[in-house]
Design a protein around this ligand. Structure first.
Ligand code: HEC
Length: 213
């Protein structure tokens, strides 16, 4: 296991790019994150460590994400189905959300849910959407770590304003053909964009659990 990193950042940072932070800190409604609610309370009273809690919720997220990419998106493509994923699915006919959009919509519902008590987001060192760029120093470090150390997760504590969070970053891997096919051909690729192949780390899932300290 890696050692726990601790980073403190100012509230000013939360003010920057509210959109980018919306899914991880419930931008504009800081109480959502500030008040430790049922899930994280249970983790404390029943002796579940923040790491175990983060690992468990991440396992469910990744299972759903993999199933959607593998058994819905890739399958439709292989069958040349008349329905395809598109980032403009809301405005176009016969389109369904991208895996990343599915993930973000889930994260937004969790951020609104007072019973959840944690937040999460999908980000990358190489974002197709600039909103998915790391914001806090710990996110930057975590995304770097999971990209450099395949198979390992990153865990740390960070202070945002006067709240301390347990922050876990998990590698987000190219688990289905649709992942690398779409990213490797996307118009938003920057010059340093990698050529992804099966199993590559394409980004990271950030899970934040508020701590009572
Ligand atoms: C049909 C195209 C498409 C497919 C399939 C796809 N992605 Fe993406 N992905 C995108 C686009 C476009 C974005 C930016 C979407 C947004 O946030 O609005 C994105 C966002 C992401 C991000 C966040 C960072 C960024 O680039 O903005 C990661 C990480 C990611 N995808 C990994 C994956 C993985 C892993 C898979 C397979 C499980 C996958 N993607 C499947 C197009 C795709």
């Amino acid at each position: 296991m890696i050692s726990l990193r601790t980073i403190t950042i100012s509230t000013a940072l939360l003010g920057i790019g509210c959109g980018a932070l919306a899914t991880l800190a419930g931008c504009g409604s800081s109480e959502t994150v500030a008040a430790p609610t049922r899930a994280s309370e249970a983790a404390k009273t029943e002796g579940i460590s923040p790491q175990t809690f983060a690992d468990s919720v991440h396992a469910v997220m990744m299972a759903d994400r993999t199933v959607y990419a593998k058994h819905v998106v890739t399958r439709l493509k292989k069958q040349n189905a008349p329905v395809a994923p598109s980032e403009y699915w809301e405005d176009e006919e016969h389109k369904i959300p991208l895996p990343a959009q599915m993930f973000r919509m889930g994260a937004e519902l969790v951020a609104e849910n007072p019973e959840a008590g944690f937040s999460y987001a999908l980000k990358s060192k190489w974002p197709l959407n600039p909103q998915n760029k790391a914001v806090s120093p710990m996110e930057i470090e975590g995304l770097e770590f999971v990209a450099e150390n395949p198979g390992k997760n990153f865990y740390g504590e960070e202070k945002i304003g006067d709240k301390t969070y347990y922050t876990a970053v998990y590698p987000d891997k190219a688990v289905a053909q649709a992942c690398w096919e779409c990213h490797n051909n996307h118009q938003n690729r920057e010059a340093d964009y990698p050529d992804f192949k099966e199993g590559d780390v394409m980004g990271g899932v950030i899970v934040r659990v508020p701590l009572n300290k």
